[in-house]
Structures are given as C-alpha cells and as structure tokens.
Design a protein around this ligand. Structure first.
Ligand SMILES: [Zn+2]
Ligand SMILES: [Zn+2]
Length: 437
C-alpha cells in the first residue's frame, strides 16, 4: 500500500512539473502538440516579453503579464494546460466547460455589401467574384461558428455613426441619426457596453478597450459624466489614444480615419500587454474605398472601379483572420474568447450603376425613415467555446449585440432594449452562466 502512495505522489509531482514547464515563457512545450505560450503570429519585437514596444502609449496600462481585470483565473497556466490546443488552421474545436472567465472581441467591418458575402458580386469586367476570393477568412471562420445571415441594422438612417451608437448602447439612440450630429449629441446618451462591463466586473483602465480606424467612435463609446476612474483604453482614428500617442506606419488615406493596417498594428502592440476582457475593433477601409468610387466619378468623370472596394474587403478579411489567430495564440485569450463580427450597414440593392459606392440612393431618398434592404440587410458571425457551427434562421439586429455580449461576460444591460441572441447565450458553457453579475 505504501508503495502505491509513493507511486501516486511521484505521478502527481511529474504532472505538476509538466504544467509549470508549459507555463514558463520560452520553456519547451510539455508535449509536441501544445503550442508554446509565445505567439507565433505576433512579431516578437512587439510582444511585451521582448522589451519596449513600438507603441509609445504611456497611460495607466496594466503591467505586462497581468490580466486587465479584477479577479479570475482565465490566464491560469494550469487551467490553460487543460484546454485543447489550437489546430493547425488556427481554428479551435468547441470545448465544454471553460475554466476561468470568458473574453469577447467584437470586430466591426464598415460597409460590407450583401453581394460580396452571398457570392453575387461582379468585378469591373463583369465576371463573378466568389465569396471565397474576397472574404476567405470569414468563410473559414463561419464553418466553426454561428452565422446570422438575417441580421439587420437598427437605425433608420443607414449610415455609420447611428449604427455604432446602437451597437455600443444596445438600444436605438434617437439623437444620433447622422454621421455629424451636433457637438452636444456626439456622445452616447445611454450607458454603453464598455461602461456596463467595466463597472459590473470591477475592471481597471485596461479591462475593456476600443481600437478603431474612424475617429468619432471614441466619442460615442461613453455616456457622460465621465469620471477619470471610469475611463478605459480608447484609440480612435487620427486622434490616437487616451493613454498616449501611438506610432503610425501608414500615411492617413482618408479624412477622419487611419489606415486599417495601423489599427491592426496597434492591436498587436497594445492588446497583449493590456489583455482587455472586452475588445471592440473597427476597420473602415472598405467603406472608404467604396465612397472613393463615387468621389472619383463626380470629380473626374472616370470609373475608379469596384476592384479597390474588393481589395479593401480582402485586406480586412485578412486582418480578421490575423486577429483570430492572435487570440488563439495568446494564453489569456486562447480557448476562452468569443469572436463576433458584423458590419455597420450594407450597400444598396438596386440595380443602378454606382449606387453601391454610397450606401444606396434609397438611403438618400428615405433618410431617417427607411433605408433600402441592401443597406439594412447585413450579417453577423459568432464563434467561441461551446458555440455550434450552423446558420441561424432567426433575425436579430444591432441592438441585440450589446446585451448578448454582456450576457457572455456575465453582466446585464439594464438600459438596453435589445434581446439576447439565444443561439449564442443558450449554448454558453455553465461557468459563464454563473459568472459574476
Ligand atoms: Zn459605415
Ligand atoms: Zn459609408
């Protein structure tokens, strides 16, 4: 009997040793199948362990290696070691109960037209453009999660800012109906998802984060009054961040925004050291390239071409793929993070040349009353632990995102009017349902 106890003790010591070995930065993985904690897709010079980052943000960031949250054990290496490794494609199979607490990353792509994600687009020569050509990563991720092809915008204007206002607050923001509201209205008029999650989970400055290509989004991410202790990491367009300047690698191409590549590079610089539980990302190049078509047509009278719009979509699709790969390579996010992707509006569905370039003539005709179906009919995608892979028939809208994301994180949006996306919330692993409220 004593020998059996000795044998059990030896086995236990060996197992603990393997967990610890896999938790040491740079240590050899416990098994060949388990990826090392170092992120293969992140430039090593950008990782916090490799010294100073390219970013110069000097704000109240969470020290490297510490999660941006008050409590929990999502980064617990022992817990991580019990999770299945990411597959070679970067996709992770659905897992059961997830140790620790979940994270959510919401990626907002600006102005994705139905034709591109339904396989009905044409190129400048009239040839069909397959969905797999322009959105290969979204189509790949779609196979691992819930796809909502009947998603709808919730604002009547069909333009960008009202959509983001609704997404952030989980309800229609009546005073935001254009991209340029009066200065007094350029704010959220209701508590936002960022504020609700930060407050209810007791998170610090880095606990929630917003990183966008378009400048006005930081302004509508909060409902005043804003106390310093209520602020969180925000970095929008040309205004940089509220925690200090960031390095820009690409010249600004469009008024009021920065290149999506710069937005993405900032994610790689800041997210590994801040590890927000909720991260919202906006990428805007596709919409900008679409509007460029209209501008060139009006000013020069020549055809800029839809190629550039497709090119920008292809780039942003690539960046979504990189974001998911990063999440699955980082110990804080791997296997306990939900990725949601949607667009702020579509583009027209009427067969009139060049109307796709703006959101559609039907928007101009019916602004504030009724956007056309091509503009209002959009998609959403959700994947993460426990979520099945299927297409959802039910129709949801922008205002449903915030309450659903809040539920994933274990909180509620009392002033939101959206409903829960049941296909997501009903399939969450048990620990999420009992998370702190
Ligand atoms: Zn937009
Ligand atoms: Zn637009």
């Amino acid at each position: 009997m004593r020998n059996i106890f000795l044998l059990l003790a030896l086995l236990l010591a060996l197992t603990v040793g393997r967990w610890r070995a896999s938790a040491q930065p740079g240590a050899a993985p416990a098994t060949p199948a388990r990826p090392a904690p170092a992120a293969p897709v992140v430039n090593q010079s950008l990782s916090p362990a490799a010294g100073p980052t390219l970013g110069t943000a000097s704000g109240p960031s969470t020290p490297a290696g510490q999660p941006g949250r008050a409590s929990g054990s999502a980064a617990d290496p022992a817990a991580q070691s019990r999770l299945p490794p990411a597959g070679p494609s970067g996709l992770v199979p659905a897992v059961g109960p997830v140790p620790g607490q979940p994270n959510v990353v919401l990626v907002l792509l600006d102005g994705v037209r139905q034709q591109e994600w339904t396989g009905k687009a044409l190129d400048d020569f009239g040839n069909p453009v397959r969905t797999s050509e322009v959105l290969p990563n979204l189509m790949r991720l779609r196979k691992s999660g819930l796809f909502f092809p009947h998603f709808q915008i919730s604002n009547p204007a069909g333009v960008s800012l009202p959509a983001y206002a609704d997404i952030f607050a989980g309800r229609r923001q009546e005073r935001i109906l254009t991209n340029s509201p009066p200065a007094a209205d350029l704010r959220s008029h209701y508590p936002t998802l960022f504020q609700t999650v930060k407050k209810n989970l007791g998170l610090g400055f880095d606990g929630v984060a917003l990183i966008t290509s378009w400048s006005p989004l930081c302004a509508i991410a909060q409902a005043p009054p804003l106390m310093p202790q209520d602020d969180f990491y925000r970095s929008c367009g040309v205004h940089g961040t509220n925690a200090g300047p960031v390095v820009s690698f690409k010249p600004e191409l469009y008024e009021g925004s920065r290149a999506d590549t710069d937005t993405f590079l900032e994610i790689l610089q800041e997210v590994p050291k801040r590890t927000p539980r909720l991260l919202v990302v906006h990428l805007g190049d596709a919409d900008e390239e679409a509007h460029m078509h209209s501008r060139v047509q009006h000013r020069a009278g020549v055809d800029y071409g839809i190629f550039h719009y497709h090119n920008a979509l292809r780039q942003d699709d690539y960046l979504v793929g990189r974001i998911w790969a990063f999440l699955q390579s980082h110990p804080f996010y791997r296997n306990n993070t939900y990725l949601l992707v949607t667009t702020d509006h579509g583009r027209d569905s009427i067969p009139e040349p060049d109307q796709w370039a703006n959101h559609g003539r039907c928007v101009a005709e019916h602004t504030r009353t009724r956007p056309c179906s091509g503009c209002s009919g959009i998609f959403a995608l959700a994947l993460g632990p426990g979520l099945p892979a299927r297409t959802v028939k039910a129709a949801y809208k922008h205002t449903d995102l915030a309450p659903t994301i809040a539920k994933i994180l274990g909180v509620t949006m009392p002033e939101g009017s959206g409903r829960l996306m049941r296909e997501i919330t009903d399939t969450l692993p048990e620990p999420h349902l009992h998370a702190r409220r």
